[in-house]
Design a protein around this ligand. Structure first.
Ligand SMILES: [Fe+2]
Length: 240
């Protein structure tokens, strides 16, 4: 229980942090990009792969992954020509709601750029087992994050779940957000600008088929701290 409270406090602290408040802990001068302040794309990938490997070997905690991963994400120099080349070479997929440009995917790390058009909503869903790291590149995004309320009330034993909101923010370019397997993992995103682009990385990659989508019962859910939802499996959701 104490662990859970500590994780929640750290998550809340990270959510409230302005970009400049994250102190660079271990980057040396030689690790900065030749193209400007920050890490080049290869340097960033090396740091993220190292971190993902440390997590896979259980040498760092999920919270350490969130903390360090956000740090590397903020340091990535998106003006680096090698990053721009990686974006041009990205594998693209998507649907009517978003475009995913996959930059990297292996057994321990998945990352890319999520593009959402004006006023499109990425419905409530989770990334089971993953720590997710996000940095806005362009535009504004409204982000909601939830935990499943425990214990479920008897009133909702018909398969519905109660979600408790843990964060609700509008993110601007440079802003970051984080989710861990235990905190704020259920989330929805909406672009509140003409278009919105964000870096999105996951350690480890989540299994898409294990993802759950959540359909709120009440249309006014966006303004509520506690919402009732119908869980929908990824297979059922994507088949619609
Ligand atoms: Fe997501």
């Amino acid at each position: 229980m104490a662990d859970t409270i500590a994780r929640r406090k750290l998550l809340q602290a990270m959510l409230a942090l302005p970009v400049a408040a994250i102190t660079p802990p271990i980057v040396t001068a030689g690790e900065y990009s030749h193209y400007g302040f920050g890490l080049s794309w290869p340097q960033f990938v090396n740091q993220m792969e190292f971190l993902a490997n440390e997590r896979a070997a259980d040498r760092v905690s999920e919270i350490q992954v969130a903390w360090r991963g956000l740090h590397w994400l903020q340091l990535l120099d998106v003006q680096d020509p090698l990053f721009e080349q990686a974006v041009r070479d990205a594998t693209e997929s998507g649907n009517a709601f978003w475009l995913w440009q996959r930059l990297i995917k292996d057994d321990i790390l998945n990352g890319g750029i999520l593009n959402i058009d004006s006023d499109k909503l990425v419905q409530l869903h989770d990334h089971p087992g993953a720590t997710g790291l996000l940095r806005i590149l362009e535009g504004k995004a409204e982000v909601w994050q939830y935990d499943i309320d425990q214990p479920a009330t008897a009133e909702h034993e018909d398969g519905k779940v109660v979600l408790k909101r843990v964060a609700h923010r509008v993110l601007l370019p440079g802003d970051t957000a984080v989710l861990t397997p235990d905190e704020g993992n259920i989330h929805a995103l909406r672009s509140v600008s003409k278009n919105c682009r964000m870096l999105d990385f996951f350690i480890p990659p989540y299994e898409r088929k294990k993802r759950t989508w959540y359909e709120p019962v009440d249309a006014g859910w966006r303004h509520q701290e506690s919402i009732i939802c119908i869980p929908v499996s990824d297979r059922q959701f994507t088949a619609v």
